[in-house]
Design a protein. Structure first.
Length: 187
């Protein structure tokens, strides 16, 4: 066993290497897409599974509160993972693969922004939601890692963490959320 595995030095080194190769133009474009949706009064809808579901919630928590407080302009953010009863109802009565798309059918309006987060880029419920949004006049932004999966191919805008490590991918996605908040709050 490597005595340095899991050390702060090793982890920070891997994260630094990951951040050095991120396409900053992708990140800046994605931030602009969110800013445009906000300025236009559109909904910004987040979704994801597992750790990505917590990132989706974190985004909406930070953005709804902080962006509104700093600007006075409402931020119409919502997450499709925050109502566990609704998620489980769709999972039980329809299919876990449809937990997000069924919710989008009820709330998505033309030009709303759907931010889909998937480390692998291949979660079927995420892919179905993005496909639905694309086919129904939504704007889609995919945050992915690894090779990007199907999400990288079908999302209209992408932030891709080109790394074969779920934790590092999730770190990049969390950092992206903080970049959005600081830009839109004017920090």
């Amino acid at each position: 066993m490597n005595p340095y595995a899991g050390s702060a030095k090793v982890y920070f080194s891997k994260l630094t290497k990951c951040l050095e190769v991120i396409d900053q133009k992708q990140v800046d474009n994605a931030v602009s897409v969110i800013a445009d949706a906000w300025q236009s009064g559109r909904q910004i809808i987040t979704l994801g599974n597992g750790g990505s579901s917590m990132t989706a919630l974190h985004f909406i928590n930070d953005w709804n509160k902080s962006i509104f407080m700093s600007s006075g302009k409402p931020f119409r953010g919502r997450s499709l993972v925050d109502n566990m009863g609704l998620v489980m109802s769709y999972g039980n009565d329809v299919s876990f693969n449809d937990i997000f798309v069924e919710q989008l059918k009820n709330v998505l309006q033309p030009c709303d922004l759907v931010i889909a987060i998937s480390g692998s880029g291949n979660s079927e419920n995420v892919i179905r939601a993005v496909t639905y949004a694309n086919e129904n006049q939504g704007v889609t932004l995919g945050l992915c890692g690894y090779r990007g999966g199907k999400l990288k191919e079908i999302a209209q805008h992408v932030v891709w963490a080109d790394v074969d490590d779920m934790q590092l991918s999730e770190d990049v996605h969390a950092i992206f959320g903080h970049i959005v908040m600081q830009r839109l709050c004017g920090y």
